[in-house]
Ligand binder design. Sequence first.
Ligand code: SAH
Ligand code: SF4
Length: 383
Amino acid sequence: MASTDKKINLLGMSQDSLEQFLLARDEKPFRARQIMQWIYQRGVDEFDAMTDLSKTLRARLQDDAEIISPPVQARHDSKDGCVKWLFASGSGQAVETVFIPESDRGTLCISSQVGCALDCSFCATGAQGFNRNLTSAEIIGQVRHAINELPRRDNGEAAISNVVFMGMGEPLANYRNVVPVLELLVSDWSYGMSRRRVTVSTSGIVPHIQKLADDCNVALAVSLHAPNDELRDQIVPINKLHPINTLLDACWEYAAKRSNRFITFEYVMLRGINDSIAHANQLATLLKDKPAKVNLIPFNPFPGSQYKRSSIETIRHFQDRLRQRKMVATTRKTRGDDINAACGQLAGKVSDRVRKRLGQKSRGQKNSTGNFNENKDIRISSA
Ligand code: SAH
Ligand code: SF4
């Protein structure tokens, strides 16, 4: 169902904003908590069903507000238990969400933007360019839909125990809409998840890492992918704006504000590019004695990609070297292969309004100064 112009969508609204909305209608702010419980914990869409609200308030909500989720276009179930949903995001666009069940947890990987402007050279989302930021409703709507649709685990626990922002888009480039979602994920009136189980993954938008530490201190994963600026400039272009030193300083500050909880550094294993023992040594030196763990991600190919995945032996040697150097290092299992749901393969459906408008044929979203946030079409939203 499409949203109507005059009604306000309560889905994705922070508790604070919902309280303001109620106060403006001479209602008690604590009603916000009741409404949140109905929306998120009970998955209700109709105000009429909110039986502990007065009839007057329900009628008022009916007139002024609505609860609109992003429409689901398709669902694909993988042989290994992963589920992928395609959510329509208007004008023929769509984003993807993936559920990854494991023996001890269920992780939902969600999208934050339609496409991505940051153009990392190994990423299917980046290859499509950027169309727009998702709204808070469209982001939390992915979680709400998955929770409503997935059966509970055998032990009675909710299917989803962890949420990671590792789907399409760069969450810290959509800061304004992502923060209310983080608050809702951890709020007792909504999903009440532990902050340790909500992870924002970023390619390194430094000012927003610094801000996030104060605004909503959830777990942080950083897409490092290279141990030196020369290589990182090539594969993660935002590095030209925020080089490794600055990025790591922000990371250690972030970790310090969370009682030195570990930061996860993601490292995609690209054959012959960043996977030598010399790279492993450099990486270990960079992260030495810091609250860091490294998660190696075997590269997942997609149509038109220029890289190959490192061999299993190369990945094992790289991981062994990190461990010899006293690092915590793991390798991510590739899941959902048969439904193209693996890390970096999420492409959804993006018609790249930016590239079309700029008439660019090749990859790369930078303006003439090499910056990403100065072009009015490639906005990095601020708080
Ligand atoms: N924009 C954020 C989050 C989305 S990408 C970020 O970059 O961190 C989630 C993870 O998938 C990132 O670590 C990203 O670098 C990785 N990734 C992207 N393309 C990939 C690919 N083709 N194979 C494996 N991992 C990939
Ligand atoms: Fe964007 Fe992340 Fe893909 Fe880079 S890896 S293009 S930041 S989604």
